[in-house]
Design a binder for this molecule. Structure first.
Ligand SMILES: Cc1cc2nc3c(=O)[nH]c(=O)nc-3n(C[C@H](O)[C@H](O)[C@H](O)COP(=O)(O)O)c2cc1C
Length: 342
């Protein structure tokens, strides 16, 4: 068995589930995963996922149609479970014959999973712990994504390596499990496949691609940054909760610390109500990812990125990124070749 055949064997289940040549999902990234990037990922043999989460139904309909005009290959749509029009968004996906939906931003209700499946779509959900993965499988999900602390954007507390060791042995026999967060090289991809993953989900590595429409300054800062620059937001006081987001540190993140401290002090001095302070903190980053990605405001915008930004060295085509990950994984599999052939 050649090393290439070993890789094909390892991610066969993932490829069959996605309907692709390679079991690499391009994780949905708000304001970034548009029809150009998604179509390019699917055309290169991976599986693009549209960031449909925050879109109104008419716009999602347009984005799906735009993507379909650019590729005949399968792609998915990421839907945010707390969207007030979630049911309508599921209908929009079904009416456009989308093959897969990914429910993100919280656990979906059993009814949402059932609805998507009854309309002929495959469903993927995130599992931040084994117990939740089991619940999602019971609720009918067809596959799981486990995403660790290293990832870009909203993050959970546990690292990808721990989640993989915890969840893959427990659940990967039941449904295909895709691993996300901190995958910057094919070596890492091969390792998770060896642990039982059916495939991987990659976000950060796709930002600096020719097909990605993010602002040039946003891409430039990815190229300049190292893993150490992509840090989680810090919460100053537990009474003022902060949703953890991993992003490249900038003037905005420094200001966020200052503002939290100011608000906590005002609260202590009785100058502000708890609720009002919480609201001010919550709304600090509102619209900031859009500002960074679309307008190129890299000083105060949110520069969401994973630690895998370490491996973003230059702008490449999507195909080059996917081929590099694949070739690197194949090279890595020399260690396992003999074992698997038996
Ligand atoms: C800029 C940015 C925006 C993101 N937006 C979303 C989103 O809207 N929905 C979602 O489910 N995940 C989102 N993610 C997470 C990605 O889909 C993916 O799981 C993650 O990037 C994987 O980790 P990596 O960045 O180390 O490759 C985002 C990630 C980044 C870097």
């Amino acid at each position: 068995m050649t090393q290439k055949e070993v890789l094909e064997k390892l991610w066969k289940r993932g490829c069959e589930f996605l309907g692709t040549e390679k079991a690499i999902l391009g994780g949905a990234m708000s304001w970034i995963s548009d029809s150009d990037l998604v179509a390019a990922i699917s055309e290169a043999g991976g599986f693009g996922v549209l960031a449909g989460g925050a879109l109104p139904p008419e716009l999602l309909d347009k984005w799906i149609k735009d993507t379909q005009s650019k590729t005949k290959k399968p792609f998915g749509v990421n839907l945010i479970t707390m969207h007030t029009a979630l049911d309508t968004l599921i209908d929009v996906c079904a009416n456009n014959k989308v093959s897969h939906v990914v429910f993100a931003g919280g656990l979906p209700k059993t009814e949402s999973i059932a609805k998507a499946k009854s309309l002929g779509m495959k469903v993927m959900c995130f599992a931040p712990a084994t117990i939740i993965g089991k619940r999602m499988i019971k609720a009918g999900t067809d596959a799981l994504i486990i995403e660790g602390h290293e990832a870009g954007g909203h993050i959970g507390p546990v690292s990808t390596t721990i989640l993989a060791q915890e969840i893959l042995p427990a659940l990967s026999q039941q449904v295909p499990v895709f691993v996300a967060g901190g995958i910057g090289t094919g070596k890492m991809m091969a390792s998770y496949l060896m642990l039982g993953a059916s495939g991987v989900q990659v976000g950060t590595r796709f930002v600096c691609t020719h097909e990605c429409n993010a602002h040039a300054k946003f891409k430039e800062i990815f190229i300049k940054s190292s893993a150490r620059d992509a840090m989680p937001t810090v919460q100053v006081d537990p009474r003022f909760p902060v949703i953890p987001v991993r992003a490249i540190t900038n003037e905005g993140s420094r200001k966020f610390m200052e503002i939290q401290t100011e608000i906590v002090n005002k609260y202590k001095n009785g100058e502000i109500e708890l609720k009002e302070g919480q609201l001010q903190i919550e709304s600090f980053w509102m619209g900031s990812l859009r500002r960074a990605v679309v307008e190129g405001d890299i000083e105060t915008g949110s520069l969401m990125a994973g630690q895998s930004v370490e491996f973003v060295k230059k702008e490449m085509s999507v195909k080059e990124v996917i081929d590099e990950l694949t070739d690197d994984a194949i090279a890595e599999l020399k260690f396992y070749d003999g074992l698997l052939a038996k």
